[in-house]
Ligand binder design. Structure first.
Ligand code: GTP
Ligand code: ZN
Length: 294
């Protein structure tokens, strides 16, 4: 039988057979692949041998070929990431948002942005922020998760995919999950003792089955992110809206900060590139530069 690893804890892996609803098998990793230095990861599609149908136990006997394997967060076969940000309460930290976008881009994963709590700001303010990130080349969604506003369009964007769900604490990730999946309580009810995190347990990375071929990996909230393995000179490659200017500036290897005759700075003056994104770029560039000095 084939299924997906939803969670791994203490040597046990919890396998959801493809497109079933309430079934989870508790498995150990056995078999030939253990010698191949490949460790099962959440998100892996695996072949399992059932030990007991009644107890829902089995062994993983094969890890099927992976599409990818992310490091942060550790998960396999990810199609996209979704960052959920609140437009207010907590006050958005756009530098943190940009760090997340860079981190995902470094791992080759596309990110969708969900701006939640849009009821807490004016329509004008919400539009300005959406325009900045849509203008930077991202797909943007505006939602009020707790009132189900904007959720349908978002549901379409995750259908048939495995999405990593991330964001700072309190932005409404759980509310969004419940809106996407109103039967989650029912569905995870049976599964809960086995895999669902309780309110007070440590949060492990785990996948949540939404509907056919659609999974979300809920991740713990974060309040800071350190960009690693990136040279300051390469940072510009991770700002999508700079892409069309790279290589066109007067100076070879222009990093678009102090150089004259720089197309990115001209685009900034013209308002084509947003000041907010550019300021975050300069701040991150300085940070990477300082890090190298140590
Ligand atoms: N005004 C408003 N409040 C919302 C919205 N979505 C969620 N909330 C509220 O924001 C608070 C936090 O929501 P959660 O869904 O628990 O946030 P979370 O991101 O899962 O938080 P963590 O569990 O800390 O990661 C709750 O009180 C929600 O009712 C929204 O769209 N608008
Ligand atoms: Zn330049």
């Amino acid at each position: 039988m084939q299924g997906k690893i939803m969670k791994g804890v203490g040597g046990f892996y919890y396998i959801h057979p493809h497109n079933t609803v309430n079934t989870i098998y508790e498995c150990k990793a056995k078999g030939a692949f253990r010698n191949q230095k490949i460790k099962p990861a959440v998100g892996d599609d695996v072949e399992i041998e059932i030990i007991s149908e009644q107890d829902k136990t089995g062994n993983i006997v094969e890890i099927l070929p992976r599409e990818n394997l992310l490091i942060r967060p550790a998960v396999a076969n990810v199609d996209q990431a979704v960052i959920v940000f609140a437009l207010a309460d907590p006050k958005p930290n756009y530098n943190l948002l940009d760090r997340f976008l860079i981190m995902m881009e470094q791992q080759g994963v596309d990110t969708l942005i969900c701006f939640n709590k849009s009821d807490l700001v004016s329509g004008q303010e919400a539009k300005e922020i959406c325009d900045i990130y849509a203008g930077a080349g991202y797909q943007v969604f505006l939602t009020v998760a707790k009132e189900n506003v904007g959720v349908d369009a978002f549901r379409e964007a995750i259908r048939g995919k495995t999405s990593v769900f991330a964001g700072p604490s309190g932005v409404g990730k759980s509310s969004m999950l419940n809106a996407l999946h109103p039967q989650a309580q029912v569905q995870t009810g049976a599964v809960s003792e086995k895999i669902r995190r309780g309110k007070h347990t440590t949060r492990h990375s785990e996948l949540i089955y939404i509907e056919e071929d659609t999974y979300i990996m809920d991740t713990p909230g974060f309040s800071s992110l350190v960009i690693e393995n990136l040279e300051p000179e390469d940072l510009k490659e991770y700002f999508r809206e700079f892409e069309c200017y790279n290589g066109r500036c007067k100076f070879n290897g222009c990093v678009h900060i102090h150089e004259p005759e720089c197309f990115v700075k001209e685009a900034l003056q013209a308002g084509t590139i947003s000041q907010l994104r550019y300021d975050n770029y300069v701040q991150l560039y300085d940070e990477l530069k300082n890090k190298r000095r140590w």
